[in-house]
Structure formats: C-alpha cells, structure tokens
Design a protein around this ligand. Sequence first.
Ligand SMILES: C=C(O[C@@H]1C=C(C(=O)O)C=C[C@H]1O)C(=O)O
Length: 370
Amino acid sequence: MVQELFDRATKCFKEQLPFVVYSKPNETELVGVFQHNDAVHKVKDFTETGFVFAPFDLNSDAILLKLDAVEKVRLNRSLEVAVHEDNMPKCDAIEKEGYIKLISKAIDRIHQGDFNKVVLSRKIEVDCKDDNFKVFQRILSVYKQAFCYFWYHPKIGTWMGATPEILVKSNGAQFTTMSLAGTQNSVDDNEPIWTAKELHEQQLVTDYIFDTLKEKVNSLNSLERGSVKAGRLWHLRTEMKGTFSPNKFGDAIKALHPTPAVCGSPLENAKQFIFENERYERTFYTGFLGELNTKTELSRNRNRRNQENSAYRSVVRSSELYVNLRCMQMFQGKAEIYVGGGITSDSIPEKEWEETVLKSRTMYRVLGSK
Ligand SMILES: C=C(O[C@@H]1C=C(C(=O)O)C=C[C@H]1O)C(=O)O
C-alpha cells in the first residue's frame, strides 16, 4: 500500500534517516529506498550501486543512497488529487529586471562569439505550509509521464520534482539517451509549430550528445525528432540508442553531463558564464538522479528441446538516470523552485523570462499555499 510506504518514509524523515521515494514515467509502481544510517556516501566513479543524486557541477559530490531496504508498491495513478490550478507565481519586478539583464548580457556574449548557447536559470521562493508527503502525492497524481521523486538526506536536504528528461538509461550493453530542448506552452493537445530558434537550440544538444558519445560507445543511432508533452509544456526531443561496454558507463556519464540542454555550447565557455553570472548556486538542480548499476536478472531459454536444462540466468547491470529539472528544494514552511531555459542569439529576453514563469508552474500548482 502506498500509505504504508509513505508511513515508513515519514518515520525516516522524523528519525533523520535518508530515503528516496520515486516512480518512473508511465509506471504503476512506487519505489522506496531506505538507508539504515545517516552516512553520506560519495560517488567516486559511477561504478557504485545505489540511488545517485548528483549536482550540476561534478566537482561537487554526487551522493549515493545505499539500497539497504527497497520496497515497491502498486501506485494507483488514476487517483486524482486536487492541485492548485490558480496558484500563479507573483511577478517580482526586481527579480524580472535582474533576470532580463542577465539574458541580455548572455546574448551580447553570444554575438561576440564566446558561445552559441547558454542555459540560464533562477530560483523562486514560495511559501508552503503543506506537509511534504501531501505535496509529493500531488506530484504523483498530476505528472504521470514524468520521473517523480521525493529525496531526503538529513545532511544534504530535501528535494522533489517531476522531470521529463532522461540523461541515460542502460540495460547491460544497451543504452538510450535523449536530447530535450525547446519549450512551448501547451494550449491544447495539438503539437506546436516550432520556431527556428527552438529547432536550432535543440539541434545543438543533439549534435553535441551524438559527437561526444560516438567516440566512447560501440554503436549509436539517432531516432527521428518529435514533440513531447511534459505537464503543460511541449518540448522537442530526439532519442538516441546504442550499445556500449558496460564497464565504460562511468566514462559515458561524465562525458554526457552536463549536456547543452542544461549548460550550453561550447560547454566550458557556457559553464564559466553560468558560474560567473548566475546569482546563486544550482547545487542539485540540473544535476541528475536515479538508479545506478542495479542488478537485473535475465532468464533465457538455452535449449527448447531440453526443458529441464533450458533456463539459465544471467545478471546484467542497469541504470536509469534523469536530469533534475522541474524540481524544488523543500524547507520548513517554504519551497525553492528552480527554473531555466536555453539562450541563443535569437532569444528575446522577455520571452525567456515568460518561459521560466511557465516552467515554474509545474511545481507551483502542487504547492499548498501562497
Ligand atoms: C533548464 C530547464 O529545462 C531545459 C531547457 C529547455 C529549454 O531551454 O527549452 C527545455 C528542456 C530542458 O532541457 C528547466 O526546466 O529548468
């Protein structure tokens, strides 16, 4: 029962023991991972097994929750929980002015040739009197197609979110990744018409991922670009699939993250601009999170004629990592929502501001009070 899982997590929260509760896109399972003590396990090279929570800047520590206890329960995803549709972020004129200035500065630097794209972001503080579990229940109820999570470590913090973006998903030697960028409001269920700016900013991400990975993997194919809906937003997405040597997984992650979907291109110049100009630290926003090197048992039939000896088992490692977007950090009585967007030479600062307002609504509507 979901309630039992939540009760266990609530107990851990009170006793200050780390846990994560999550559900994967379109799945009817809610998973809880509970660590027996409050140790901070740092990831060294991504060969570890557990639930990873990694920051934007991999010079800071990625945190691993050990799989001391894993519980899975059936999640009734058709259960509708009321959300606050009319919750709208207040327009803070000073915050807006500062953000628009930052975008204009980035556009100037793009015109000077320093980089082609940079992803800029901001943090919005919102009062929240509701219990964390109530907020998370709303997330689960409204974002069925997203990776929904509630992560807690007493020495690091409390985060939750509903992300539409896979960093990498692997099963043995097979892997999938995606390039996700370009954002439009969803007016109805009709796919939007994408502008040249959006097509260009997404193509930069696809090209980067393809070029970076092709040297490091055994095979790589790009599927057709399409539009996907994430809550009330549309994005452009290109999936890429391939095979790789599973012992190179750590290298592939370090090569992939951060992609230009959350940082920019060329990467180092964009990253430097972010570090020098965003007026806060992203910490885990635009980092990544999920199952790292968990074991999956595969049974296969070796010989159909000899049923007795037919089944043999092999164990493969699988990982499922998501980019930490549409997320927030929870504090006593308040939440801090993180939002950003890609800036290119064709960006219009006012529109980029509006994009962050739209993105902030993903978490805003699940918060209980204004
Ligand atoms: C940076 C964010 O989203 C990323 C940026 C996007 C864009 O610029 O259009 C779209 C999806 C994400 O890759 C965010 O949601 O905060």
